[in-house]
Ligand binder design. Structure first.
Ligand code: MLT
Length: 271
């Protein structure tokens, strides 16, 4: 890891996070996808730290953050985020969430809109799981409990990355594979259940009053550009950019284009 991690107590758990850049100004809080951790944002932190206060943290039970005793759920993760912001004395922030990070950001803005200055929703969606996806998650939990993580990690990679990334972005593929393999299997299972149980946020998108930037990999098989377009239609002050040569992990697969879009959005919003 390029950056040195710090720890802070928030909502009864130790939260591990990276904090880079100028301490002044509105913070950007990066929320990772599942089952990853704060390290997936290093290519964003190393560019945006020149202009912004950048914070990337590990969600409860991911990376080096403690799981605690609370049941994992998206509302719990959104609550944790506000306790984390309190611990860092952050009143208001821009949230940048990828996939599960986007689910958390959308729950957070529904509950406490006054604490969010803008949203960047990457490779994510507002819909809840369909019955089919929920059943698949139940089977995956049983599979991991029986067989461990190696086959699960291998299968996940196929859905996470665009086909070309397996040759062009070998380091990123290995990084994600190792991230999955290093995760405690039981925490992965608890989060799979939390994802399956999450509620939709599509019905609250029209209430969002802050600027929103939506980014999605052109070849995202999990949360497609079509799904992103549907969100954009529902959010008043929003823009959509489709990232070339990327699947579900657009910030890792095409960081140049991703960062350019992020910088343009951050320059365009007045805060
Ligand atoms: C993620 O990247 O966070 C996951 O793909 C989310 C999900 O499985 O719904």
């Amino acid at each position: 890891m390029t950056f040195i991690a710090k720890n802070i107590q928030a909502n009864g758990i130790r939260v591990s996070y990276l904090e880079e850049g100028s301490p002044n100004g509105l913070p950007l809080i990066f929320i990772h996808g599942f089952p990853f951790n704060k390290e997936m944002w290093e290519k964003q932190l190393s560019v945006l730290n020149e202009t912004h206060r950048c914070i990337a943290y590990d969600v409860r039970g991911h990376g080096d953050s403690e799981p605690g005793v609370a049941q994992f759920s998206i509302p719990q993760f959104a609550d944790d985020l506000f306790f984390f912001m309190d611990a860092l004395k952050i009143e208001k922030a821009v949230l940048v969430g990828l996939s599960m990070g986007g689910y958390i950001a959308l729950h957070a803005i529904k509950n406490q809109p006054q604490r969010i200055a803008a949203l960047v929703l990457c490779d994510t969606q507002c819909a809840a799981d369909s019955d089919e996806v929920r059943q698949k998650r139940t089977k995956t939990i049983a599979f991991i409990q029986k067989n461990g993580l190696s086959v699960y990690a291998e299968e996940s990679l196929k859905n996470l990355f665009a086909p070309a990334s397996f040759t062009a972005k070998k380091d990123e593929v290995t990084f994600i594979q190792n991230t999955i393999l290093k995760s405690p299997a039981e925490n992965i299972c608890y989060t799979l259940q939390a994802l399956a149980d999450r509620e939709e946020t599509c019905s609250s998108l029209s209430l969002i009053k802050v600027p929103v930037c939506i980014l999605v990999g052109k070849e995202d098989k999990i949360t497609s550009p079509e799904v992103a377009r549907k969100m954009q239609v529902l959010i008043k002050d929003s823009s959509l950019h489709i990232v070339e040569g990327a699947g579900h992990l657009s910030n890792l697969e095409n960081p140049e284009e991703f960062n350019e879009q992020l910088k343009t959005f951050l320059t365009s919003i007045s805060y």
